[in-house]
Structure formats: structure tokens, C-alpha cells
Write a protein that binds this ligand. Structure first.
Ligand SMILES: *Cc1c(COP(=O)(O)O)cnc(C)c1O
Length: 332
């Protein structure tokens, strides 16, 4: 069966670079949402635990429940809050506070200009007052920047908003006697662009070995953690003029040996993919297989998601996150 190889040395190398940038490994919250960007939630969580990462960020309670034993602190970005001593829930809208049970541990998300979700600047005092009267446990406050990856003054403008938000939050917390443990705002790009600004950074893509930033910024020597491999199903000799796959799109111009490998768009590779790491894909990508020239027992489909993604007009995040959770993950 096709499989995904996770390179632990590469992961630890990336974490060393990130920890250097952030100041220490305590200042990293590892973003493991969406099956750890397609890498596999549980194997990634265990390697991060071994490295000494204590904070994780996931999307749902279902994800959190699989990795509860690996981290001291888990932030759930988008799910219904409940009172659980192990989990902290992001509050993405003022109205959500009303459905949050007493005793829940929460973090307030502040909208500093991305305008997707979060508490707006002028709702801050109301939110803090509500938290105090309802008996919710405020663990932290955070925001997300919309343009940390591109060269412009946008990030600085949004950071000024964030400074202002932090001041308002501190004042409101004092007024209502609420302790507050931390602030955080930066993703991978913001951390590498300007160093750590708050208590910790929420790092996703850099940990997996990529940064999607304008070329003007210095690219740290990160290494891809994931590679996708497929095994040979069958081999045959094509005569000149014989065609391969659905629609017969590929026609052999001379006699050649071709093999079918057990990976296809059902596993999350793109149907528009034209090349594996070393070979041209002959004809169309099927749901469960591709055909290439040769007869090796296994071939590498890709080991650089950014290169692959850019050749398909997308970003590393999308190429990775599409990978099926049913592919087995092995450590190397
Ligand atoms: C996905 C996500 C991140 C991580 O971003 P990267 O660019 O992968 O480092 C950080 N914070 C939030 C809120 C996110 O949703």
C-alpha cells in the first residue's frame, strides 16, 4: 500500500530553528489542526511530545481527544466549549459566550483586521465583563494576522490594532479582577519575519518544513518532514501505439515498460498532477492508481509539497492537507 514517511530528524531540525527564533521550546504552540496538515495527528503529536513541546492547537474536540495525553495545554480553535480541565476553547464571536458553560476554560480571539471572526475592538469590555459575571476561566487572548507572508505595511498596521486591543484587555481584566495568563498572535511567517512578539507563537507550516513568504524575506533552511511513496501493482510492456489509462490519453511512441502504482486522487493527490518526484505520469491519474515508465518496486510521489503545489498553482498547505488520513504513516 502507498504510505507516508515522516522524517523525525527533519522535524527536530525545524523545531530547533523555530525554538531559536522564539527563544525556547516553551514558546512554541504546535498547530496540529486538520490531521496535522495531513501528516497524521497522532504520530506528529508523539514526536512533538518527545521533543518537549507542551502546547498544541487543534480545530475540534475530536482532534483534541486523540492527543490529550501528549500536551499540557491544548487550544481548540473552532468547536463548542465545554468545561474540561485539559482543553481551552477559542471564543470566535461575542454571542458564543452565551452558550459557554460555567467553568469552561477559554481564550478570546480578537478581530484586529482579518474580519473572519473574533471579538471586535469595541466589544472587548463587554466580553470581559460577561466572562467575570458568568464564571468562565479566561486563559488567554489572541489574534491572527492576515498578511504576515507578504511584503507590505499591512502587518504593522494590524499589529498596532493588536497593541491597542491588548491595552483594552489589560484594563478590563483589572477592572473586573480577572487574571490573564498569556497573549499570542504570530503564525510561522510572522515569527520568522520579526521574532517573537508575545508569550508564544502558533507555528504550523514551518514545523512541517515550509514557509510561504515573499522571496524578499530570508528563507530559513527548513526541511520537509513528509514524503509520499507508492508501491508497484503491475508491470507490462507496451507496443508502439498502445494507450494507457482512462481516455487513452497517453500513447506509447515506441515500445516501453510501464508499471501501475497504488496511489491516486482517492488518496488526496491532485488529478491534475503530471509528475511524481522523478517521473512523468503517463495518462490520467485514476482514483487508486497512476502509471509511470519503469518497474521499481516503489517510487516517491513527492517529498517537497511546496514545489509540487506551486507547479499546480496552489500552496504547500493545500497539497499537504488533502492527503487521506487512511494512508499509513511510518517514521523514518
Ligand atoms: C492555521 C493557524 C496557524 C498556523 O499558521 P501557519 O502559517 O501554518 O504557521 C496559526 N494560528 C491560527 C489561528 C491558525 O488557524
Amino acid at each position: 500500500m502507498a504510505y507516508i514517511k515522516l522524517d523525525k530528524q527533519a522535524l527536530f531540525h525545524n523545531l530547533n530553528l523555530i525554538a531559536q527564533k522564539a527563544g525556547s521550546k516553551e514558546r512554541i504552540a504546535a498547530v496540529l489542526k486538520d490531521n496535522a496538515y495531513g501528516h497524521g495527528l497522532e504520530p506528529m503529536a508523539r514526536m512533538l511530545q518527545e521533543y518537549g513541546i507542551t502546547k498544541a492547537v487543534v480545530r475540534t474536540k475530536a482532534e483534541a481527544s486523540k492527543i490529550k495525553d501528549c500536551f499540557a495545554y491544548i487550544l481548540v480553535l473552532a468547536d463548542e466549549p465545554e468545561s474540561d480541565p485539559k482543553l481551552t476553547f477559542a471564543i470566535n464571536d461575542l454571542e458564543q459566550l452565551q452558550h459557554t458553560p460555567k467553568g469552561s476554560r477559554i481564550e478570546l480571539k480578537i478581530d484586529t483586521g482579518m474580519h473572519r471572526n473574533g471579538i471586535t475592538m469595541d466589544q472587548i469590555e463587554e466580553a470581559i465583563q460577561y466572562i467575570a459575571t458568568k464564571g468562565l476561566v479566561l486563559k488567554g487572548v489572541f489574534t491572527h494576522f492576515r498578511s504576515a507572508d507578504v511584503l507590505s505595511s499591512e502587518l504593522f498596521w494590524q499589529e498596532r490594532e493588536w497593541q491597542e486591543a491588548k491595552e483594552r484587555i489589560k484594563q478590563a481584566c483589572q477592572k473586573y479582577h480577572i487574571p490573564l495568563s498569556h497573549f499570542h498572535s504570530q503564525n510561522s511567517a510572522a515569527l520568522f519575519r520579526e521574532g517573537l512578539k508575545d508569550n508564544f507563537a502558533r507555528v504550523g507550516i514551518a514545523m512541517y518544513g515550509y514557509l510561504e513568504m515573499d522571496e524578499v524575506y530570508e528563507q530559513p533552511p527548513l526541511k520537509p518532514v513528509l514524503s509520499l511513496w507508492a508501491k508497484r501493482i503491475a508491470t507490462r510492456r507496451l507496443q508502439k501505439g498502445q494507450r494507457v489509462g482512462y481516455g487513452g490519453d497517453f500513447e506509447a511512441s515506441w515500445p516501453m515498460v510501464v508499471s501501475t502504482y497504488d496511489v491516486g486522487y482517492g488518496d488526496g493527490i491532485f488529478r491534475s498532477m503530471r509528475y511524481t518526484k522523478d517521473k512523468e505520469i503517463l495518462g490520467r491519474v485514476s482514483m487508486d492508481s497512476i502509471v509511470v515508465e519503469g518497474e521499481e518496486e516503489e517510487i516517491c510521489i513527492f517529498d517537497d509539497a511546496k514545489e509540487l503545489a506551486h507547479s499546480l498553482g496552489t500552496i504547500s498547505y493545500e497539497a499537504l492537507v488533502k492527503l487521506s488520513p487512511f494512508i499509513s504513516r511510518i517514521l523514518s
